[in-house]
Design a protein around this ligand. Sequence first.
Ligand SMILES: [Fe+2]
Length: 243
Amino acid sequence: MDKIQTLVSRRAFLYTLLTMPPALFLAACSTQAPPLATIPAAPATVSPTLVAPTVSESTDVPPTDAPTQVSATTVAQLEPTPACGDDDDEPTPAQTEGPYYTPNTPERASLLETGMAGTKLALTGLVVNLRCEPVARALVDFWQCDDAGVYDNVGYTLRGHQFTDAQGIYRLETIVPGLYPGRTRHIHVKVQAPNQPVLTTQLYFPNEPRNLTDGIYRAECEMAIQENGDGSRNGAFNFVLNI
Ligand SMILES: [Fe+2]
């Protein structure tokens, strides 16, 4: 399967997650994944303190390499068949950490705070390994700028970590991040299966004009996004760890 086809099939799976009720979402995950008995048991405790990321660039400034682009119309033409478990098992690409990571974030699934400006975003998905098996108790640590494009580098606003559940599912409540100079819209994240290396990467939004000019952007890291009637967004992204 070539790269574009891989992207399309993965997005098809995500699009399916976005458009089905939660109960069906869980059912679909369980039918796509092998029995949980095949998943190595998670340790009783997992330190939220991450080890050094695999990518150590100290800046968010885009490199000169041009990203691979996928037409926005591709998403609308996806076949509905979930792809998890076929050839669609390439690991999620690593991305630069950037200059704004803060360790030891609070454990929380919602980064929303009273009075916080911005469009609400409910993001969910799976953490799986290369065999598409869900990874339970994987650490997922998000950080992002606020609606005005500003990071809180003193406290922990819009920063938080959580652990996937027994089905390998994470759920995040946050806002759509704003824009800041030199970058397209993005959410930073570190993902770590118990006792495994850290994946540091970034998630992107479809149909963003700056996706075309941000050299860090990668189409493989694009979330599936659906706008709700109240203006809020639902997002989906599955992390495939190289384990
Ligand atoms: Fe950033």
